[in-house]
Design a protein around this ligand. Structure first.
Ligand code: PHE
Length: 454
């Protein structure tokens, strides 16, 4: 058997992990849930969640992965063979299947809109009504969203099949710098837009994001912010653990984790700035839910100066963000079958990539022919999204924290953390306190969110 593949350099690893973190969650979901929950108070809670829980969990995942050099199931099995802790990993691999199946559907929408942007520049979409109807016609179509979902999954499969270095690392090295560049252009464009009237300006978009109002914060908003912190950092299902397992020991895990968390948060905030300055300057409403980007933006692009160019850049940004995240979801599934089941990589990626495509078909039809297929009052797409980001990921993260406290032990965790970085031994107390705090934080938010307190 060949040895495990490793990242070729720190930069390659950090870009890949940032690529996983920065995804549709940042550019599509963060703006729309911020809109739904009314802006800044939600943003603040999200930032707190990233610091209090995101950072500890990302460190745990990196450390578990690098220490065991294994996939999520294998990692827990190696450290605690006598108890079914591996179920935490198994839940992660399952979450990989579930999330990628519907994630790829939205990614397919962005692909479709990128084509449209290139071909028509959204010229005919002069109002949100027209754009909204066109979007509806597309997502309720019995074939089109399945085809774009298929094309996107093929891209993911082709890249992941090439391997960790030649596939995952290679594509992130190319696309991540492009992505940062596009975001900067969009932020500058948003900030320099002239408002349509004295009451509507780009500045109001900034106010909406950053003006603080505690009254808007309730239990549901808090659970959503918590779930989003996990989702946006790719935590709680072993994606970061898997990427950590391709690391050599010389890496400084804390430094890498900080880079990734900062880059991810920055991209979410900058996307928020680009999107809300544009929405407000052009006199639109921010609270349009899931469809904000697909309903409102085409209309915006058709009216805005240099809208054709901005439209292409915008949907290209979404596509890149989606692709580099989807790759990490596929990598979790792949690592499991390669490590634990001894499958060959190419075969794994093609077989399970196809299965994920098939699993995603109901989601891609969930606004159209399968709209009546309901779970807890949601269509299958919304249900899977709800299940994974509000429950599976926070639960997975909580279990990882508890595993580290109870079974793996803080001292072993700190020993792993110290390899390739500053020495953390002797800091057991502080780290225990931090992990206990984050466990309490997750549990409390769960309770608050589920009972709808606040
Ligand atoms: N972090 C990705 C995003 O923000 C989504 C993701 C979740 C990727 C979990 C991998 C694992 O879009």
């Amino acid at each position: 058997m060949r040895g495990r593949e490793h990242w070729s350099s720190t930069v390659g690893f950090v870009l890949a992990a940032a690529g996983s973190a920065i995804g549709l969650g940042n550019v599509w979901k963060f703006p729309y849930i911020t809109g739904v929950y009314g802006g800044s108070a939600f943003v603040l809670w999200y930032l707190i969640s990233v610091i209090v829980i995101g950072l500890p969990v990302i460190l745990i995942e990196f450390a578990l992965g690098r220490h065991t050099q294994l996939n999520p199931v294998g990692a827990f099995r190696r450290l605690a063979p006598e108890k079914p802790y591996w179920l935490i990993g198994a839940m992660g691999v399952m979450a990989g299947f579930i999330i990628l199946s519907y994630y790829s559907v939205v990614a397919g929408w962005t692909l479709n809109y990128l084509f449209k942007a290139v071909i028509t520049g959204f010229k005919e979409y002069h109002s949100p009504q027209v754009a909204g109807e066109a979007f509806k016609a597309y997502i309720t179509h019995p074939v089109k969203p399945v085809v774009t979902h298929l094309i996107f999954m093929l891209l993911v499969i082709l890249i992941v099949a090439r391997g960790v270095r030649m596939g995952v690392e290679w594509i992130n090295r190319i696309l991540m710098p492009v992505m940062f560049f596009i975001i900067l252009i969009l932020v500058v464009r948003g900030l320099t837009l002239k408002g349509v009237s004295p009451e509507r300006s780009a500045f109001q978009g900034l106010q909406f994001l950053f003006h603080f109002d505690l009254r808007q914060l309730n239990g549901r908003a808090m659970l959503t912010a918590l779930g989003h912190a996990f989702f946006t950092l790719s935590l709680g299902m072993g994606a970061m653990l898997t990427y950590g397992s391709y690391l050599h020991e010389k890496e400084n895990l804390l430094k890498s984790a900080l880079w990734i968390a900062v880059a991810d948060t920055l991209v979410a905030l900058l996307s928020g700035v680009a999107i809300f300055t544009t929405v407000f300057a052009l006199g639109f409403e921010p609270n349009k839910g899931v469809g904000l980007i697909f309903n409102v933006f085409p209309a915006i692009f058709s009216q805005m100066p240099s809208g054709e160019v901005v439209a292409v850049l915008f949907f290209l940004l979404l596509l890149i963000a989606a692709l580099t995240s989807a790759i990490s979801l596929m990598e979790v599934v792949t690592a499991y079958f390669v490590d634990e089941r001894g499958w060959e990589r190419k075969k794994t990626v093609w077989v399970w990539g196809t299965v994920i495509f098939l699993l995603g078909i109901p989601s891609s039809l969930s606004s159209g022919v399968l709209a009546n297929l309901q779970f807890l009052g949601m269509n299958i797409f919304d249900f899977l999204d709800y299940l994974s980001f509000k429950y599976l990921l926070p639960l997975g993260g909580l279990l990882m924290v508890l595993f580290t406290l109870k079974r793996w032990k803080i001292a072993s965790f700190l020993q792993e953390l110290s390899r390739g970085g500053p020495n953390w031994s002797g800091k057991e107390k502080i780290f225990t306190a931090l992990l206990v705090l984050s466990a309490i934080f997750v549990t409390a938010t769960f309770v608050a969110g589920i009972w709808g307190i606040g």
